[in-house]
Write a protein that binds this ligand. Sequence first.
Ligand SMILES: *Cc1c(COP(=O)(O)O)cnc(C)c1O
Length: 400
Amino acid sequence: MLLARFAPRLGLPEISAALRPTSGQDLRRFEAAFAELAGQAEAVAFPYGRTALLLLLKALGIADLEVLCPAYTCVVVAHAIVHSGNEPVFVDSQGHDFNMDLELAERMVTKRTAAMVATSLFGYPVDLDRLASFHRRHPQVVIIQDCAHALGATWRRRPVQQEGIAAFYGLGLSKPLTSVHGGMVTTDDQSLARSLRDLRQQMISPPSAWDTLRQRAFLLAAWAGFNPNLYGLVNWLERRGELDRLASYYDEEAIDLPADALVAMASFQAAVGLAQLRRQEELLARRREVARIYDRQLEGVPGLRLPPLVEGAAYSHYVPRHDRREQIIELGLRRGVQMGRVLEYAIPELSAYRARPGAVNPCPEAAALARTVLNLPLWIEPKQALWVARMLREVVNEIC
Ligand SMILES: *Cc1c(COP(=O)(O)O)cnc(C)c1O
C-alpha cells in the first residue's frame, strides 16, 4: 500500500454522472452552477484553464504587450500568455506566503504592461486590498485572477475571484475541483462574457466521438489508478519514467499547448464537474480539517517551515518547506507515503523561458520555493493525517 500525495476526489456521484446519458443542457447547467458558486454573473467553460486564459486575453484585445505573471506558478500559464501573442514578465514571490510580490509587480509596470495574472497559489488568497490599490494606481493594467487553486478562498471574507475583470480556473484531475480536463472563466462583465462565447464559437471545435471516448477512458483509468491498492504500481511505473509520456504536462524546452487545447469539453465532463460542485463545501471542509491537523502535529519539527496560517485559505495543497526535501521524499516513500514537490521550478529558470525578455529579473524567492516545498496529502482521512504527520516527524529526526 502506498498513500498517494494526491488523489482526485471521485466518488459514486462523479462516476455515475460520467456514465449517464448526456443532454445538450449539461454544459449550460455546469456554467450556471459555477457562476452561482463563484458569486459572479457569468461563467464560460473551456477545454483547459490555459485555454481560458488564452481566449480571455484575446477577448480583451490584448496583443503584442506585456503581462505580469508570477515566476512561481504553473508553467502553462506562461505558455498561454506567449500563445496569445504577448510577453509574460515574471514577478518573484513574496517571502511570507507563496504568492507573487505585488509591490515588486508594481515596480515592473511599463508603458507596455496590459494585464496582470494574480494567482492565489495553493489556495492562499491574494491580498485583495493591495490588488485594488494596485489597480487604482494603474487602471490601464487589467487584472485577471488565476483561481485554479482558489475556489472557496476568501480575503477578509471576500471571495478572491470577485476582484478584477475576470477569474479563470483549471479543472484538470489534479485540481481541487475537476471535470477531468477543463477550464472556466467567471466574470461580472456581461459584454466580456459575450465576447468570450463568440470567440469560443469561432475557435473551439466540438469533441468528436473519439475525443469523448478518450476523456471517459482517462477518467476511469484515473479512478482505478488512484485506488490505494493499485497506487504502488502507478508510483513504480512513474519512478521508472514509464508514465512520462502520458502524464508529464510540460516539456522543459517547448512552449506548447496540448493537441486538444481547442477541443470543447464533452457534455459528460460538464456533468462530472457539476457533481463535484455539489460536493465543493464538503471537500473544502475536509482539506481544511486535515491542514489543521498538520499545523498542530508538525509544529517544531526541525528545519520544517510550515505554511502560513491564513484566514480564508482554500488549501488546494499543504506545503511545508524543508532544505532536505529530496531525502525526506525518499524516506517517506519507504514508509508508504508519497510526498510530492508540486511546482519544482521557477518559470524564468526553465530553458524555454531563460532567454526571454520577461525573464531577466532575478527571482530568488521563487527559486527557493521550487527547491524546498513538500506536498503532503490532503485528500485523506483525519486519522491518516495523524499517521502521515508522525511519519514525517520521524523521517526528519532521522536525517537531522
Ligand atoms: C493547473 C493550473 C492552471 C492551468 O490549468 P489547466 O487546466 O491545466 O490548463 C493554471 N494555474 C495554476 C496555478 C494551475 O495549477
